[in-house]
Write a protein that binds this ligand. Sequence first.
Ligand code: GLY
Ligand code: MN
Ligand code: MN
Length: 430
Amino acid sequence: MFSLHVYQQRRDHLKALMPDKSLAIVSAAHEIIRNRDAEYPFRQSSDFWYLTGFTEPDAVLVIGPNQPDRLFVRPKNPDQEVWTGRRLGPENVQTQLGIDEGFPIDALDTELGRLLRDVVWLEYPFQCMQSSAIVDQAIKSKSIKSRRQDLLSHCADLSRHLHRARLIKSDEEITAMREAGRISALGHVAAMQACEPGMTEDQLASIVEHCFRMEGSPAVAYQTIVGGGDNACILHYIDRADRLQDGDLVLIDAGCEVQGYAGDITRTFPINGSFSSAQADLYDVVLSAQAEAIQAMVVGNSIKQFHEAALRRLTEGLIDLNIIEGSIESALEEKRYLPYYMHGTGHFLGLDVHDVGAYEDDGRPVELSEGMVITCEPGLYIDQRSDAPERYRGIGIRIEDDVLITNQDPDILTSKVPKERFDIETLMRG
Ligand code: GLY
Ligand code: MN
Ligand code: MN
């Protein structure tokens, strides 16, 4: 958790943007059943975490201008706590979280009914189902019966302020993301060192994740992708059921979380430690596309611009290797690269791996600004069934790093894992 004043500043920032007589409601996540009475590992809702630093389920934050911040939490319950762990309890909200007033979650309906009497605007993150359900329920309160329609037509999406704030990372957030990048990189290095033909994809994933945990990260930021050979052409391949074959490449897309902030790295390397010449041809195209894209990740450019830089280099490479035909301009115009490169080159990164924040403003691409963290992840995917020359089939390559936009050069948070072919082969030789 960051210092309490960080969360206070975030709440104060939002309240300063809210109109008079408005109230914002942001819910924590619930626990989700996996099977019968076993739960999935709990992960706090990112918006709620951002505003409170509180990681228990079933809590609700209520804030508004010119009034105390309120947090509704599960009450302490010694019998339950023996089974499911300690609870903060409303009596400790003020001292432990720096939030003005703590209430038991059971008091939410009554308190909201009372607070809504004086409220004209209601704000909540529209995409959050729990927050929406709380607002639906609150608006049914008897105490505001005569103003129900009025309030319904005065609901605003808190995300417009909240997600704009989350897009630009503060110093504390950058420190956490640097650590997520460092640990994520170590996981990839461990995998390169341990990889051998005959291992399963899942065993290689376990080496990456073991390293994350040993370095102090409690969770992966998303399900680890490990795809050998043709499986690398499935973008979000999470089955990890196959054995790694001598002579194939393996693609690993894995990142850990630090204080909720994600790392997101992809590396592709030869299972036996040496690139074949066909693999090397394609690899060098992707690597140079990434280098050109990263150069374009500067203040004032847009995600579209660095995507286009990558696309141009990938398309040139596909033409040089006789995978597609024609001039570079016609191939780009007709999108002839599309069977081999079908995704964007970057996304915002933060508390969510595909982080919040608008990519367009009034129909125009958003300009990159200092403090944004964005991935750069070009790839080429030549699957077994493609029309490409046979020597390239069954090869999928992606190279992904996390880049902090600064007023100077792009700052790569994930640089501690090699990506030059020579460096990978040297590391794998031991
Ligand atoms: N790991 C998901 C992505 O790279 O977008
Ligand atoms: Mn990514
Ligand atoms: Mn990724």
